[in-house]
Design a protein around this ligand. Structure first.
Ligand SMILES: Nc1ncnc2c1ncn2[C@@H]1O[C@H](COP(=O)(O)OP(=O)(O)OP(=O)(O)O)[C@@H](O)[C@H]1O
Ligand SMILES: [Mg+2]
Length: 399
């Protein structure tokens, strides 16, 4: 069923004529669209917002429908949308924008897609198919910094393990530092295949095939390693990165991505797919300046502040800067501060990730806090409460 919203009844008539017997068309008032959806059971596949509805109201409808009935496709029929309105519409979950003089086939195609989406979701509701997740069930986190050596790889590996512990499921870790990635060494893994192999034929890549490219770590983290040779990085098309992440999303609740210290095409593709970005900096003036630029670039890429977790690493280094100074310069609050710890280089050199061997330390507690800020739903930290209490005690002892 299609719910049509437009003050001009001729629009609904035209739609009815176009879709014929393929779908029932019902005209509703913009004010009560949620109630109508709630009352229709799983009957409605699509809300079609007509050209006489002003853009502000249209966006409002889209947002409300996405919140209450995300399985229902919202489609606008409108001309003259500005680029900003278009972006806002896509962000509000609008699945398509058709011109007022739409081609009948275009509308029919949109209706078919909407119907197949709601069919798919209805069939999922019946249980089964646990292996295949909806993209919304999966969280992709990119650990990024536009400066090298600030702890990205350390944080990415340990964050992935912390998330795996929290959710009790395997977590995917992707080494997108395609030239110099060292996660395999950090985790003492010897992968037979890498990102390079996975990127060769993404058109036929699915969850099952992907398993063949991943190296399993005992901590329940499955690594897609960087290519063995730095020169192979540029042979990997940026689109392949998006494809790979989307395939990983289908089988993993969390996908954690480590990155090089630059906005490469590969990273931009990954940021595009990311639900959260852990943006790292260390406590020195050049890093903080870099961070400010990175935040501006992220803003240009359309990444909202809510998606960013600002992480100060080695926050207690004796460099004469305080967290408050950093916040003042950046005009935003720091989300997580990770202190320096001798155990960090020790763990890296031993090839045993810190969070697998040390249960309580201020660094581990900070990683837990970062994981908690990314985790969704009703997951519980592995040792809820105990971790923070113990580490608070430890910190007091150390201080
Ligand atoms: N909280 C910390 N306390 C002490 N040392 C740390 C901490 N975080 C990172 N380090 C050290 O910093 C070094 C760099 O870390 P890492 O390799 O994770 O950085 P990176 O950002 O991935 O670097 P690159 O840009 O070269 O990939 C490591 O030797 C690590 O031991
Ligand atoms: Mg690194």
């Amino acid at each position: 069923m299609i719910l049509v919203i437009d003050p001009d009844a001729r629009f609904a008539k035209r739609v009815t004529k176009t879709v014929g017997a393929r779908a029932r068309v019902l005209t509703v008032d913009a004010q009560i669209v949620e109630q109508t959806l709630a009352g229709s059971g799983r009957g409605a596949d699509m809300v079609l917002v007509g050209p006489r509805v002003d853009p502000g109201t249209a966006l409002d409808i889209a947002q409300r429908v996405q919140e209450t009935s995300p399985e229902v496709s919202v489609v606008f029929v409108a001309d003259g949308f500005t680029a900003t309105q278009m972006q806002a519409a896509l962000r509000a979950g609008v699945r398509d924008i058709l011109p007022v003089e739409y081609e009948n086939d275009h509308l029919l195609e949109t209706v078919e897609r909407a119907q197949s989406i709601s069919r798919h979701l209805a069939s999922r509701g019946g249980g089964g198919g646990a292996e295949s997740r909806r993209p919304e069930d999966s969280t992709v986190v990119t650990v990024f910094s536009s400066k090298g050596g600030v702890g990205k790889s350390f944080v990415a590996a340990n964050l992935a393990i912390t998330l795996a512990k929290r959710c009790g499921e395997p977590v995917a870790l992707v080494d997108l530092d395609l030239q110099f990635g060292d996660l395999a060494i950090m985790l003492q893994l010897f992968p037979a295949r890498t990102m390079y192999d996975a990127a060769q034929n993404t058109a036929h890549l699915d969850g099952e095939a992907m398993q063949g490219y991943l190296a399993r770590h005992s901590s329940n983290v499955h690594l897609l390693a960087a290519p063995f040779e730095p020169g192979l990085a540029e042979t990997i098309p940026a689109e392949a990165v998006g494809d790979i992440i989307r395939v990983l999303r289908q089988s993993f609740r969390y996908v954690v991505i480590d990155s090089p210290a630059a906005f490469t095409d590969h990273i931009v593709a990954a940021l595009d797919e990311s639900d959260a970005i852990a943006l790292l900096t260390s406590m020195d003036v050049p890093s903080i300046k870099n961070l400010k630029l990175a935040m501006q670039t992220l803003e240009l890429l359309g990444i909202a502040r809510e998606r960013i977790r600002l992480v100060l690493n080695r926050a207690d280094s004796e460099v004469g800067l305080r967290v408050q100074d950093v916040e003042k310069t950046l005009q935003t609050t720091v989300d997580v501060t990770i202190p320096s710890g001798r155990e960090v280089p020790l763990s890296i050199n031993r090839g045993v990730p810190l969070v697998t061997e040390v249960q309580y330390s201020p660094v581990v507690a900070a990683l837990e806090q970062l994981a908690a800020s990314i985790a969704r739903g009703n997951e519980q930290p592995v040792a809820a409460g105990a971790v923070s209490k113990r580490s608070r005690l430890l910190r007091r002892k150390a201080g």
